[in-house]
Design a protein around this ligand. Structure first.
Ligand SMILES: [Zn+2]
Length: 1001
């Protein structure tokens, strides 16, 4: 029997989920109310109780929400997402008036953020009889006086046409226009309007939720009622529209390219929510895809986008504020006795303070004597200011002994290192040994930290680190079929006691295998051995793999070059593990609190799909360094390994998200193992991991006015304390679809959609996955259009909610991401799978930057004063049109820096930055950028450093490419310019036109 694994589709209803308990006849009841964290030591066969679940949650998986009909629903086949044809001038838009002002149609908001006086709002009086969104040239149009949210500065609006008539020439694959479209444009490029602050929505028009424990449920009726002012008011939506028309006799598709919305400010955390919901946790920890809950199934089915959340439980706290830690002492952790919700700011007190009402299930609970406090006249506890758990959305509780079944484990690191010939020749061993040695002082958990190493090629090499030894002893085990430990102890040792032996090992590791010419790799048996060493304690297993596993159990075969599989029903099988061994191993690892990180270095196919599943089901992470060579990739490996080893880590953890009556989470997306229906097992978790989940309504109609969510992560800290991190948030229930659009969170939607798409690519063709994404977008915009088009005769315009203005581009970017773009020839299979694994864990901001990377023009800021450079760096739209042949540009996707040298760049500048003359160094693939002794180089390296410091989770490998240097320029840069047309893919303009056409059909 294969154990069910966390990220798979749910089995059919009724099939019990016995979460990785092979051999255990009856899963113990882990959720008994008030039950201890009852896991028999080391057996691992039972799940740690993490409070009680509502009885309904015990019945195993349920299917996906019926109304959604599967993740993407069924529907008419959409237009192919990557058809390249832009409509000709006689196309569907030919009849629309030519060259209307861009965005001239956006009505102002009436809310508190509106910039126009109410009398100018088109909706405070009946709409004009003229077609309101197409009449007249912009200066005299009905909305001309109103600053539209997206309108570019007047100067650029007034410009008649771009030099090339506003039309993007359709370049062939990787072809570039001979000269920059915006030659000489300043770095800020005012022709491209920068994105503007999010949240133009009048959030404050919604009555706030209870501001404190004193509030009652009764005062929120306004949430569920119709919007103030009825239908008219509900139309006062801050929506956007794009003019899509064609000038007669031209191929100009009629879209002002420069005016298309672009997310050049990156992620926009919905921080405005904090004003309306000051008791909520910061949205960095918990973000809904729309910050309202639909009141009915019919509303859900009209939403079309995923309904769900992104959770980043250990995110670095906003503003560096420390999360308050609370120890309830003898009172015990205060939780609802029915649903096990932790006490939180939305709990209310009654009976003079002797009872508290659970905000999730409404049960009236007793307040323990030790926790009692009298209430003031408004029903608030007098001690509320001294109680962070009653005033803050994010707190951490110290968990007493009933949350443990064994003493909290020490942080433990075990390294499994492939020492076959490719690892030796690439210089990998030096880098790994040196980096680990340099991190020994910073490993979390001093003085309890445990450490151990196992090396392998065609045999397994155990190393004895007994503290009384002066040198480690190596023991070779050649029997791969029946792996055994040659030594009962001292393979995983206390770092303080055995420090000198460990250091001696790391010093000698590179030389130990210096002459190794063994090409074999017995990874499977090595994993089994590592499991035997670690199973008592748990911890982190770091696997360094340089070649395709070739011996023993879990050996893999070359299957990555099977071009014939693409486009067939077999295509997806290349992206999933072929041998169930890896999933089974992952299940065993998770059960024993072992998280696996994979570092893969092969120059050839190494089956990341199989290896990565070890990380996927254990809360781990996949690092991919294709064709690793120490001189080139050494720094990247060093800094990423350093981050992995020294970041704060939560051990032996489980996470659950409770939500109020009427809604429930149905599917989870990320790296974890699902234990029971809603408990995520995370042997280790840290600030670099985020999770996403989908939500559905349990009933046809919601009867409450507010839904509460509570994320609880129970873990062992590196210092050996059992802790519970709790994030609580509230969201109003709404009956109006337009409210859902108002409160939509593009970052969360893109995060969830990206993860669902990656998962779908494991069971479907890439092309189908992209079509499903497009279909979602079309259906959503169509629904939105139907809300407005009749009343306002918007005609040939594409309209979309202000909150979702970047969604079309981001969905195009997901389709063009490494994980999902093209087919066989576009991305190597390993690279594709590695990118997919990354997309499953990235927090929202990093994911957005990964799929829509930051592009900067750098040469113009290099001569500035160093302290002004940062502010002068402005992101540019991702199109070749932005690149000036006389410029130097930097592309940053969070994993790689790409430095692009324009053909006309002054040679002195190039020489100064590269530290050598290009003429003498034709092969830029080997170049190492180092700081040279000149101002330009210093400033340039400072820019790289600053960008790296902004996001330390990965270290960007810096690559340099010259304009026209093919094929490197193609796959390093051009394939990342997601707004341009590439082989078989649409440009941003074409994409918008396609979407528009489909929303009208
Ligand atoms: Zn409750």
């Amino acid at each position: 029997m294969q154990p069910p694994l966390g990220n798979e589709r749910p089995p059919p209803p009724g099939r019990p989920v016995s979460a990785f308990v092979p051999g255990a006849a009856v899963p113990p009841p882990p959720f008994a109310a008030g039950g201890p964290f009852a896991r028999p030591p080391q057996s691992g066969a039972t799940a740690p109780a993490f409070g009680a679940a509502p009885p309904a949650a015990m019945g195993g998986f349920r299917g996906p929400p019926p109304s959604q009909g599967g993740p993407f629903g069924a529907g008419p086949p959409p237009q192919g997402p990557f058809t390249t044809s832009a409509p000709p001038s006689q196309g569907p838009f030919a009849s629309a008036p030519p060259s209307q002002g861009l965005f001239a149609s956006a009505p102002p908001s009436q809310g508190p953020f509106a910039t126009a006086p109410p009398s100018q709002s088109p909706f405070t009086s009946p709409p004009p009889s003229q077609v309101p969104f197409a009449a007249g040239p912009p200066p005299t149009g009905p909305f001309a006086a109103t600053p539209a949210p997206f309108r570019p500065p007047p100067s650029s609006l007034a410009q008649p046409q771009s030099p090339t008539g506003g039309a993007l020439p359709p370049p062939p694959t990787y072809a570039r226009p001979t000269q920059g479209y915006y030659t000489g444009a300043p770095p800020a490029n005012p022709q491209f309007p920068m994105s503007r602050p999010a949240f133009q929505q009048p959030v404050q028009t919604m009555p706030p939720p209870p501001m404190g424990p004193a509030a009652t449920f009764g005062n929120q009726a306004a949430y569920a009622g119709p919007p103030v002012g009825g239908t008219l008011q509900s139309l006062v939506e801050d929506f956007q529209s794009l003019a899509l028309s064609s000038a007669p006799g031209s191929l100009d598709p009629g879209v002002d390219v420069k005016g298309l919305p672009r997310p050049l400010d990156g992620d926009e955390e919905p921080v405005k929510l904090m004003e309306a919901y000051p008791l909520n946790c910061h949205p960095r920890y918990f973000r809904l895809t729309t910050h309202v809950i639909p009141a009915s199934q019919s509303l859900v089915s009209r939403w079309h986008l995923p309904l769900g959340a992104v959770v980043h439980p250990l995110a670095e706290s906003p503003d560096g504020e420390e999360v308050p830690v609370i120890n309830f002492g003898s009172a015990g952790v205060i939780r609802c006795r029915r649903c096990r919700t932790y006490i939180n700011p939305y709990a209310t007190f009654a009976d003079s303070g002797r009872k508290w009402r659970c905000n999730l299930c409404t049960l009236l609970n007793d307040v323990p004597g030790e926790y009692f406090c009298a209430l003031d006249a408004s029903g608030r506890r007098y001690d509320i200011d001294q109680r962070p758990e009653l005033s803050k959305g994010t707190v951490e509780f110290v968990a007493p002994t009933e949350y443990m079944v064994r003493p909290p484990m020490p942080p433990s690191y075990f390294f499994l290192i492939d020492v076959s010939v490719s690892a030796v020749r690439s210089g990998l061993l030096q880098v790994v040994a040196k980096t680990i040695k340099s991190c020994l002082d910073e490993l979390p958990g001093f003085p309890r930290t445990q450490i151990g190493f196992l090396t392998f090629d065609s045999t397994l090499h155990f190393h004895n680190f007994k503290s009384s030894l002066s040198q480690p002893q190596m023991m070779v085990v050649a029997d791969l079929d029946d792996v055994f430990l040659p030594l009962p102890d001292d393979l995983l040792v206390n770092l303080v006691d055995s420090r000198h032996v460990v250091e001696s090992f790391l010093d000698s590791l590179p030389n130990m295998f210096h002459d190794n010419v063994n090409v074999e790799s017995a990874l499977g048996p090595a994993l089994k051995a590592a499991f035997m060493v670690m199973s008592q304690i748990g911890g982190k297993l770091l696997v360094f793999q340089s070649t395709l596993p070739s011996l023993g159990i879990g050996r893999l075969r070359l299957r990555g070059d099977d071009v014939r599989a693409y486009g067939t029903d077999k295509e997806h099988t290349l992206r999933v593990p072929e041998d169930p061994f890896y999933k089974q191993m992952a299940a065993e690892f998770t059960k024993n609190q072992i998280a696996v990180d994979i570092f893969s270095f092969s120059e050839k196919y190494s089956d990341i799909a199989s290896l990565g599943s070890l990380a996927k089901y254990t809360g781990g992470q996949v690092y991919h360094y294709p064709s690793f060579q120490a001189p080139t990739h050494g720094d990247k490996l060093k800094l990423e390994l350093n981050r992995d080893l020294t970041r704060e880590t939560a051990w032996e953890s489980v996470m659950r998200i409770r939500c109020g009556k009427g809604v429930r989470f149905t599917t989870y997306h990320g790296h974890f193992m699902l234990r029971s229906t809603d408990l995520l097992a995370l042997p280790a978790v840290d600030s670099d991991k985020a999770f996403a989940m989908q939500l559905s309504l349990e009933e046809t109609l919601m009867t409450t006015q507010t839904v509460y969510f509570q994320v609880a992560l129970l873990y062992t800290s590196s210092s050996g304390e059992r802790r519970i991190r709790v994030h609580t948030a509230a969201a109003p229930v709404v009956t109006d679809l337009s409210e859902m659009y108002c409160q939509a969170d593009t970052g969360a939607i893109v995060s969830l959609l990206g993860r669902i798409a990656v998962e779908n690519s494991l069971s479907d063709k890439l092309d189908s996955v992209r079509q499903q994404l497009q279909l979602k977008l079309v259906r959503s915009l169509k629904e939105y259009r139907n809300l407005y088009v009749v009343q306002h005769r918007i005609g040939g315009r594409l309209i979309f909610p202000e909150s979702l203005r970047f969604l079309p581009l981001y969905i195009l970017a997901i389709c063009k991401s490494l994980a999902l773009r093209g087919g066989y020839a576009d991305v190597s299979l390993d690279e594709r799978c590695a990118a997919g694994f990354s997309m499953m864990i990235l927090p929202v901001n990093r994911l957005l930057n990964f799929i829509y990377p930051s592009l900067y023009r750098v040469d113009e800021v290099l001569t500035m004063e160093p302290n002004k450079i940062d502010a002068s760096l402005k992101r540019l739209p991702l199109t070749f049109q932005c690149l000036d042949t006389g410029g130097l540009y930097l592309l940053d996707d969070g994993f790689t820096f790409l430095v692009w040298l324009g053909r006309m760049l002054p040679p002195e500048l190039v020489n100064n930055i590269l530290g050598l003359s290009l003429a003498n160094f034709p092969d830029l693939s080997k170049i190492q950028l180092r700081e040279s002794d000149n101002e330009l180089s210093r400033n340039f390296m400072k820019i790289l450093r600053t960008l790296r410091e902004k996001d330390p989770s990965y270290h960007q490998l810096c690559r340099v490419v010259r304009q026209g240097e093919q094929p490197r320029e193609g796959y390093l840069l051009l394939s990342n310019l997601v707004e341009d047309q590439m082989a078989g893919t649409s440009s941003y303009v074409d994409w918008i036109l396609q979407i528009h056409r489909q929303t009208q059909s």
